[in-house]
Ligand binder design. Structure first.
Ligand SMILES: Cc1cc2nc3c(=O)[nH]c(=O)nc-3n(C[C@H](O)[C@H](O)[C@H](O)COP(=O)(O)O)c2cc1C
Length: 246
């Protein structure tokens, strides 16, 4: 009961009287009851532990099988991503989902061109040294092999009903959170992903037919791992190095 009262108080503060995003907030026009079911603490802990165990098996994979993945699974994961919180609820993301082989070949060609320049020196010595343990290079065959490439675009600004430019707030933060949910959902569905970031990514606008107000942030490669796929032996920082309790 105590916990419920605290939650109710927080909701009232956040949406009623406190400034939001540095701007005065008006009351929302329409409200609906919050769908919230309190859980017993042991179940809360068990759920958190279960989710951690599931997420800790997620790894970035760079060796994909060409096995097809039904579009329905991708759509479910996208809807999860689309449920992410976003600055002023502007949902400033577009997920361009590419399965067409011809378009995937063009994406591979564009990415490898950028990556050749990157590994040939554009990255700089320090960056290349940081990447060395991962064994990555400028060859990206997975961009044609994997069944789905999801290009995640950030809408730097939007258009209002009259076609006027509409400022978007906290765009990279919002798109980053949505991408996290997308990766988690795809993992939960039994798929693997590679978060790929060839730089610059402007070539993706033309291939995906996206307008200038959108900027590609991440090229997410999605599918099944190739048989016998291996991943770098990396380690996670312990809790006391990623969190501080005050
Ligand atoms: C923003 C971002 C960009 C990344 N870019 C690349 C990339 O271009 N190529 C690549 O092979 N891996 C890329 N990665 C994957 C990371 O190397 C990988 O997440 C990291 O080594 C940890 O491994 P794990 O994902 O298996 O836990 C990227 C990851 C993130 C979050």
């Amino acid at each position: 009961m105590k916990r419920c009262a605290a939650v109710a108080g927080a909701v009232k503060l956040g949406h009623g009287s406190a400034p939001h995003h540095g701007m005065p907030m008006t009351e929302p026009q329409h409200t609906i009851p919050l769908a919230f079911k309190p859980l017993p603490e042991p179940e809360m802990l068990a759920r958190a532990q279960g989710f951690r165990a599931a997420m800790q098996t997620r790894r970035t994979v760079r060796d994909f099988a060409d096995t097809p993945v039904p579009r329905a699974i991708i759509e479910e994961a996208l809807l999860t991503a689309g449920s992410a919180p976003s600055g002023a609820n502007q949902q400033p993301w577009t997920f361009a989902c590419v399965s067409d082989p011809e378009r995937k070949a063009r994406i591979r060609a564009g990415a490898e061109e950028e990556e050749r320049a990157f590994y040939a020196g554009r990255a700089g010595e320090e960056w290349l040294q940081a990447l060395a343990p991962l064994g990555t290079d400028d060859r990206k065959p997975f961009l044609e092999i994997a069944p789905w490439l999801i290009v995640i675009f950030a809408q730097r600004w939007g258009l209002d009903a009259a076609g006027q430019r509409l400022k978007h707030y906290y765009v990279p933060e919002s798109v980053g959170i949505a991408t996290g949910l997308l990766i988690a959902s795809l993992h939960q569905a039994g798929l693997v992903t590679l978060t790929h970031t060839p730089a610059p990514m402007n070539f993706l606008n033309e291939i995906c037919g996206r307008p200038d107000n959108e900027k590609a942030l991440i090229l997410l490669v999605v599918g099944y791992p190739a048989e016998g796929a291996r991943v770098p032996d990396i380690h996670r920082k312990p809790l006391d190095r990623i969190a501080t309790f005050l």
